[in-house]
Design a protein around this ligand. Structure first.
Ligand code: HEC
Length: 392
């Protein structure tokens, strides 16, 4: 017998909800009253203590999550924390599913897990998700996650994660940077004696020496003449209404801006660089903007950039690709395929920079960028990737 093993969480929960709780006050109201009633109901449920109605709380979380008002988001946060702290399996699974399936709420879910792991004995699954959350958590959420990670004996001492902790620590206030430094000490055992502590600047320097081939642990900087920056593109990005016209425009920009020469999304484009089909399941909008503005900030190990020096002195940089025997193929930043006979090549050096060109957004209007991001993150009709494919 064939089975589609993905549980349809929402419909099942919805069914259980109908069985369990009947029709509540909030279900009859219209927004924003409805949101207000849901917030109050959640507070009551969380205060009730005895016999908490996890299913109802999950339903409220799912419903309020689409309302971006501060009050609703704060309620969702508290609900996720209660669920993470509960010993209930369904409640716990919901928090994990928010982390996996809703990239925009990954930070909130990681924070909830960090709060839970301050009280619960070590759960390695939580540890893994919190490590993965380091690419997205910021500010006090980052502090809470780093404090929680320090309580686990297991260490994520691969260059990639060590770098993430340095990067997360750098924007924090000096007093909070200590949490990043002490997690780094725990993971790397550098400096050896834990009585001594290093500043993040010392870790940055150490990182450069320890991993000379990795991208440096330095925050990206905007060139002074750049038209588009994170500060200009982020405000309001979550409130932009997405309709068919916008998605069509996004798809057109993907082709006209040259992205399709390197990337595939669904049936569009070619797969010289990473496949972007399931991007919306995997990445937040802010991560996508960062990839576009600072391509070399996060490098994908599967797409190493090389610089090939030919015997005649010419150099070519780009992605090293599979080629026939005795030949070498490079897909350049200008999206051209170049092939050489191995005998023409003098040296090949790997580079800690992306083959993806910088400044691709500069010629685009705000609306074009917004529609490109909307199209890239839309998950309509796109199946969820298998969990193993989302490990960063
Ligand atoms: C010359 C090839 C090339 C072009 C052109 C290019 N990219 Fe990329 N892109 C890459 C490579 C290679 C990576 C992987 C990062 C790295 O270099 O390690 C990447 C990474 C990305 C990522 C991050 C993917 C992930 O899984 O997180 C996004 C998003 C992206 N590109 C979008 C775009 C868009 C949108 C355009 C057009 C404006 C574009 N790229 C143009 C080669 C390219």
């Amino acid at each position: 017998m064939r089975c589609d093993c993905q549980t349809p969480v929402v419909p099942v929960l919805f069914f259980m909800l109908l069985l369990n709780s009947g029709i509540s006050e909030a279900q009859q109201a219209s927004p924003p009253d409805r949101e207000h009633l849901l917030q109050r109901e959640a507070e009551r449920l969380m205060e009730a203590g005895q016999d908490p109605q996890w299913i109802r709380m999950i339903m409220i979380d799912l419903e309020l999550s689409t309302d971006l008002s501060e009050a609703s988001q704060a309620t969702c946060r508290r609900i996720l924390r209660s669920l993470a702290l509960s010993g209930d399996e369904t409640a716990q699974e919901h928090v994990l599913s928010v982390f996996e399936n809703e990239p925009e709420r990954r930070s909130m879910a990681a924070w909830a897990l960090s709060q839970a792991s301050l009280q619960h004995p070590a759960d390695l699954r939580h540890w893994q998700l919190m490590v993965r959350s380091l690419t997205v958590v910021e500010g006090s959420d980052a502090v809470s996650v780093m404090q929680a990670l320090k309580r686990f004996r297991v260490r994520a001492n691969k260059a990639q994660w060590v770098r993430q902790v340095i990067l997360k620590g750098l924007p924090l206030a000096e007093s909070e940077q200590l949490h990043a430094a002490s997690l780094l000490q725990h993971w790397t055992a550098v400096p050896e004696k834990s009585a001594e502590s290093w500043t993040l600047a010392q870790y940055q320097e150490w990182f450069q020496q320890e991993y000379p081939d990795a991208a440096p642990a330095v925050l990206p900087v905007d060139l002074p003449d750049r038209r588009w920056t994170m500060a200009k593109l982020m405000p309001g990005i979550h409130e932009i209404p997405v309709d068919d016209t916008m998605l069509k425009q996004g798809a057109a920009v993907f082709e006209s801006a040259g992205c399709a020469k390197c990337h595939r999304r669904g049936a569009t484009g070619s797969a010289n660089g990473p496949d972007l089909t399931t991007l919306g399941w995997r990445r937040q909008k802010s991560e996508i903007l960062k990839s576009l503005l600072y391509p070399s900030h996060e490098l994908n190990e599967e797409y190493p950039t090389v610089t090939v020096v030919l015997k005649d002195g010419t150099t070519v940089s780009g992605l090293l690709q599979a080629a026939a025997r005795e030949r070498l193929s490079v897909f350049t930043t200008a999206a051209e395929k170049k092939e050489f006979a191995a005998s023409e090549v003098d040296t090949i050096r790997s580079q800690a920079i992306s083959a993806m060109p910088e400044g691709t957004l500069e010629l685009l209007s705000l609306e074009q960028i917004q529609s490109l991001v909307a199209w890239l993150t839309s998950v309509d009709g796109i199946p969820k990737p298998h969990a193993a494919d989302i490990q960063e």
